[in-house]
Design a protein around this ligand. Structure first.
Ligand SMILES: C[S@@+](CC[C@H](N)C(=O)[O-])C[C@H]1O[C@@H](n2cnc3c(N)ncnc32)[C@H](O)[C@@H]1O
Length: 173
């Protein structure tokens, strides 16, 4: 996989680590991905590097990133979110990955890697996820050890000492 990262945007060591991380994450989750995906929601997505291979796997798909701000003081305060939307926009545009930041309608795939259910409390976005998914939607979420998974678990995609990356179904009774 090739990712275009602007020189100076990240240190070289970070570039390699980030690309390796994305490749590994995508390889591990591909078995658990749905057949058809046109809309992806990435909660706490940061630069949303994972959406690069995802949007290549699903041509025409668009990712909505629920994160970040273009307001520098707010990013510096780190009181709620601290990613730069401008950086994510630029990074994803350079990788031909369509993105927006407005959460609306329904999503086929919801991701949250190292964010919701990990350091963002479940209750902060549970209703949002329920509102914006179909019964058939798939979730891939890093759930911190000791935190109850918010939806029906289909599989453990990967795990480490801090969390399990779970594939879940958004099916409601
Ligand atoms: C550890 S980073 C993970 C970024 C990305 N998912 C990844 O795996 O590379 C956590 C992200 O959560 C975002 N974040 C923190 N609090 C948030 C909140 N309340 N709502 C949305 N995003 C939040 C941060 O801006 C940051 O981009």
């Amino acid at each position: 996989m090739f990712l275009f990262v602007q020189k100076g945007e990240l240190q070289h060591i970070w570039q390699d680590a980030y690309i390796n991380d994305i490749e590994g994450s995508f390889d591990a989750m591909r078995t658990y991905l749905p057949t058809n995906v046109s809309r992806i929601l990435d909660i706490g997505g940061g630069m949303s590097g994972i959406s690069v291979p995802l949007c290549r796997a699903y041509p025409g798909a668009v990712v909505t990133i629920m994160d970040g701000s273009d307001d520098a003081p707010r990013m510096l305060r780190q009181d709620k979110t601290f990613s730069s939307r401008a950086a994510a926009r630029e990074f994803l545009a350079a990788n031909n990955t369509p993105c927006d930041f407005e959460v609306k309608g329904k999503y086929d795939l919801v991701l949250s890697l190292r964010a919701w259910c990990f350091h963002i409390p479940i209750d902060d976005y549970l209703q949002t996820v329920m509102t914006h998914t179909y019964n058939t939607s798939r979730l891939i979420v890093d759930v911190r050890v000791g935190t109850p998974p918010p939806f029906k678990v289909l599989a453990v995609v990967s795990e480490n000492s801090k969390c399990q990356r779970l594939a879940m179904s958004a099916t409601r009774k």
